[in-house]
Design a protein. Structure first.
Length: 207
């Protein structure tokens, strides 16, 4: 009589990372369950997949939280009180550009690229955590720009909302360039040019 083998097992943390990479690369709607099961490996069955992750949506939401807790921390410096406003903004840009060009994971930023990750009406709420993350980063940029106006390193006449939009748009724009293969050295040099907007203000300095 044929013996029943032991159930296949898999490393859930490793599986979550692989799923995150797939969603990061292809987005929510374009990533299929077949791709997810193949990436997880060990011939995981559909019942085992659902037992481990619940559904494709819950897996995506967990993958997003995993991203935000790891790669997404590159902008955490915006809330680092030990950094000057200018240093916080520049550090966030440079860390983000570096992360987006690193090997070992898809290029670009999952938060930025996830904007179009779920376009159909029924999936509109799937990417809410990504939207909230972008809003939080935007708020961080706004807070540091306002702090620079308050401490006098940016002029009181500065349009804080416009400067925030400029830096936020630049940060989001790094993702498609990284995805298209623009070298990190080029992106890093472009950040130097972007920071010239800060330094070009009448009272701008390194504070």
């Amino acid at each position: 009589m044929a013996r029943t083998g032991r159930p296949r097992t898999f490393d859930r943390d490793a599986a979550l990372t692989q799923a995150m990479h797939l969603f990061w690369e292809h987005g929510y709607e374009s990533t299929s369950l077949t791709q997810l099961k193949a990436a997880i490996g060990d011939g995981i069955s559909a019942p085992s997949f659902y037992a481990a992750f619940g559904s494709k949506q819950t897996l995506f939401e967990e993958a997003v939280q995993h991203y935000l807790a790891t790669h997404g921390q590159v902008t955490a410096c915006l809330w680092d009180a030990s950094l000057t406003p200018r240093a916080a903004v520049e550090t966030a840009l440079r860390r983000s550009a570096k992360m987006q060009c690193e090997r070992g994971h898809p290029k670009g930023c999952m938060v930025a690229l996830g904007t179009m990750s779920a376009t159909s009406c029924e999936n509109a709420g799937v990417t809410s955590a990504l939207t909230l993350s972008r809003q939080r980063t935007r708020a961080g940029l706004a807070a540091r720009i306002q702090a620079a106006i308050d401490n006098g390193s940016l002029p009181a006449s500065m349009n804080a909302a416009a400067l925030t939009a400029a830096f936020d748009g630049f940060l989001l724009g790094l993702s498609p360039m990284a995805r298209d293969g623009v070298a990190h050295e080029v992106l890093d040099a472009s950040i130097t040019q972007m920071m010239a907007l800060w330094d070009a203000s009448p009272r701008g300095d390194s504070r």
